[in-house]
Design a protein around this ligand. Structure first.
Ligand SMILES: Cc1cc2nc3c(=O)[nH]c(=O)nc-3n(C[C@H](O)[C@H](O)[C@H](O)COP(=O)(O)OP(=O)(O)OC[C@H]3O[C@@H](n4cnc5c(N)ncnc54)[C@H](O)[C@@H]3O)c2cc1C
Length: 303
């Protein structure tokens, strides 16, 4: 596989000069957890055309491929990984069309929120503080403070498993709590239309500021993490159950259940994948023993 990865890297560079391509790239450099070993190849195709070519070519060569956005919900093992990772960072076009934003998958949710405010459009305030991209947000149906991407996604354009471009309506994205149909496929989300409503910019700004303040107050934003480690169980909160089980502050190596927000596992500096997984298992077992609830990871694990 290494030979085909090398020749793929050369062709990508030759066909699309300016595309960033790295061999043996450590994923700790690209994830908010700051954990993860080397992948065979990491590339940031410089345009939509380059991205589509890269996905199709990797498929043709039989090289396993993972699409990533901002790496804020990903936990890679310490590797090495026989895997090509394509970042959507340069799929970053964004334009306004009536009350909609038409956006590349790599646009950060924070930028989308600011663009909505600038255009006096309401509906995206909840997403402003989520540190992911639009593509990752759609994949996860990311949400906060009573909103979810499912409420605003009108249509998604993606490349399906056979390399064909397709568009699906928001209603057909299979959205549910932290779920979308994309989790069951190897589709690559390329862009989406976000439908908003006209609103009062003062009210939009006030909501965004309030959500940001609440995040700063409640979340351990000064430590690397992937946000909430576990999904919210039916009718309860993972953080409440973890705290009730007496696990706040529990540590394994460099991984710790945050003292500030028990729903977050943080990297206190030198966490390995094993530290985090061992701590997650310990939390799951103790919460099950104390409450009978089985916690499910929200973070996507790449073993
Ligand atoms: C401090 C902090 C706070 C957070 N707060 C919240 C919150 O309030 N609400 C919430 O829902 N989440 C939250 N998160 C988690 C995370 O930000 C979201 O899940 C976000 O949607 C992930 O987007 P991303 O671009 O970083 O995706 P990544 O982490 O890069 O990827 C996540 C998954 O999506 C897939 N994926 C990404 N882009 C594409 C694409 N274009 N096509 C196909 N698949 C793709 C990846 O393969 C992976 O499986 C938080 C994380 C942190 C670190």
């Amino acid at each position: 596989m290494e030979r085909s990865v090398d020749s793929f890297a050369k062709e990508l560079n030759a066909g699309f000069p300016g595309t960033a391509v790295f061999l043996g790239e450590p994923m700790r450099k690209h994830t908010t957890f700051r954990v993860g070993g080397a992948v065979s190849l990491f590339a940031e195709p410089k345009s939509l055309e380059a991205f589509v070519w890269a996905v199709r070519e990797l498929k043709r060569l039989g090289i396993p491929c993972l699409i990533m956005g901002n790496g804020s919900n990903l936990l890679f093992s310490d590797g090495p990984h026989a895997l090509a990772v394509l970042s959507t960072a340069r799929l970053d076009t964004l334009r306004l069309s009536g009350d909609s934003l038409i956006s590349g998958a790599g646009v950060l949710l924070s930028r989308l929120g600011s663009a909505a405010l600038e255009a006096c459009l309401t509906g995206l305030e909840f997403a402003h503080g989520i540190p992911g991209s639009l593509g990752g947000g759609i994949y996860m149906n990311a949400g906060a403070y009573g909103g979810e991407l499912k409420d605003v996604v009108e249509a998604v354009t993606y490349l399906d498993g056979s390399g064909t471009l397709r568009t699906v309506s928001g209603a057909d994205c299979g959205f549910a709590y932290r779920r979308s149909r994309f989790q069951d496929t190897d589709d690559a989300i390329l862009s989406a239309t976000i439908r908003l409503r006209p609103g009062d910019p003062k009210e939009i700004k006030a909501k965004m500021d309030d959500f940001s303040r609440r995040r700063r107050e409640k979340q351990p934003l000064n430590f690397p993490s992937a946000g909430s480690t576990f999904k919210r169980p039916q009718g309860d909160y993972a953080a409440r159950l973890i705290e009730e089980a007496g696990l706040k502050g529990l540590a394994v190596g460099g991984a710790q259940v945050s003292e500030k927000h028990a729903g977050f596992i943080i990297n206190t500096g030198s966490a390995t994948f094993e530290d985090i997984i061992t701590l997650m298992d310990a939390v799951k077992s103790k919460v099950y023993l104390t409450s009978g609830v089985i916690l499910e990871p929200e973070v996507r694990i790449i073993p």
